[in-house]
Design a protein around this ligand. Structure first.
Ligand code: S3P
Length: 165
């Protein structure tokens, strides 16, 4: 069984995914880490040295490579993974166990402010403009995220409480 977690940066996909995998005795795969291991470069370095277009291209290729095996695993995707090319269609065809961890823009800003530096897409946004940026970005991305057959609204629950899916 493959379980896929998706959602905006900072929505807790990896934290929840790890707990869920343990509970279900499944392997846990962090898709960003999978890309990093294969490319032998960190995500910020890939963006810096090769640019976002390159990143999106390899992200799509690795996604297909990873999902085609029908692995027994919980896979937490990158925030942008479902939002490019035909990735979301591919995900939906690969497994019905797709979960969108949905948080408000306000909650996401709260979580992202302390860890902006590791996130190439938001690191240069001034703190005072983060809410406006994320509101708009999330609105655009929800077009893809909301195709998920399962939507988990996350408020103040602990990751352990969310991982009971
Ligand atoms: C991205 C999210 C990141 C990573 C890359 C791009 C995005 O993953 O894939 O920085 O486009 O939202 P996380 O959601 O795991 O931070």
């Amino acid at each position: 069984m493959t379980i896929v977690l998706l959602g905006y940066m900072g929505s807790g996909k990896s934290t929840v995914g790890k707990i869920l995998a343990k509970k279900q005795s499944l392997e846990f795969i962090d898709f960003d880490d999978y890309i990093v291991e294969n490319e032998k470069l960190s995500i910020p370095e890939i963006f810096k040295q090769k640019g976002e277009i390159y990143f999106r291209k390899i992200e799509g290729n690795y996604l297909k490579q990873l999902l085609q095996d029908n692995k027994d695993a919980v896979i937490s995707l990158g925030g942008g993974t479902p939002c490019f090319g035909n990735n979301m269609e591919y995900i939906l065809k690969a497994t019905p166990n797709v979960f969108y961890l949905k948080l408000t823009a306000e909650k996401l800003v709260e979580r992202l402010l302390p860890e902006k530096e590791q996130r190439p897409l938001v690191k240069d946004i001034p703190n005072a403009e983060m809410l406006e940026f994320i509101r708009k970005h999330l609105f655009e991305r929800n077009f893809f995220y909301l195709k998920s057959p399962n939507i988990i609204s996350v408020n103040d629950e602990l990751p352990e409480e969310i991982a009971v899916l």
